[in-house]
Design a protein around this ligand. Structure first.
Ligand code: HEC
Length: 161
């Protein structure tokens, strides 16, 4: 009996001694207690979040940039009397085709800015003679005559495509 108890005690002591030894050999890293490193990585993380937020806002408000670009200068350099006259006439078309001639879905009006001048002129002449029927544009076409078609076409073709 005593022998058995002694054997048991020795065995337990041995197990404890071995596990202490193992514990001693576990490498201790100070990395997770390095406050300076932690702060730096936290700052980098905040910076990353800030950049992402800026990107998100830029995606949400692309219109603002576009408006700013339009205000930079005239869309077309009006260096001939024809272009000056065309730009005056085009003011009536802006409601449907837009300032830049890029069309409006709400009006079913197609993009015409930058289209070839001869094509625009032909469409306008055809619409007025009703070879091409366009009821919504008719009231505006009635006011056009003579060189108006050519002048309008010249101006519209100069708008950015
Ligand atoms: C009330 C809205 C409206 C106004 C104002 C208007 N248009 Fe249009 N325009 C349209 C619609 C809608 C069409 C498409 C018609 C169709 O489907 O045939 C069109 C088509 C055209 C086309 C033919 C485009 C193509 O690719 O075939 C030209 C060119 C054009 N418009 C020029 C003008 C000009 C120049 C003015 C100003 C004098 C003007 N429009 C004013 C609504 C308008």
């Amino acid at each position: 009996m005593t022998r058995l108890v002694t054997f048991g005690v020795v065995l337990i002591a041995l197990v404890i001694a071995i596990s202490f030894d193992k514990y001693k050999n576990v490498p201790v890293s100070n990395e997770q207690f390095d406050i300076i490193k932690k702060e730096a990585s936290h700052k980098a993380h905040l910076q990353e979040l800030k950049e992402l937020e800026e990107k998100r806002l830029a995606l949400l408000n692309p219109v603002k940039e576009e408006e700013a670009a339009v205000e930079e200068g005239p869309l077309v350099v009006l260096d001939t009397p024809q272009l000056v006259h065309g730009s005056e006439l085009y003011k009536a078309c802006v409601v449907c085709h837009g300032k830049k001639g890029d069309g409006k879905k709400s009006q079913n009006a197609p993009k015409i800015g930058g289209q070839m001048a001869w094509y625009i002129e032909k469409q306008l002449v055809d619409m007025k003679s009703e070879a091409r029927v366009n009821k919504v544009m008719m009231p505006y076409l009635k006011k056009l005559e003579g060189n108006d078609f050519k002048d309008l076409a010249a101006y519209i073709s100069k708008l950015p495509w």
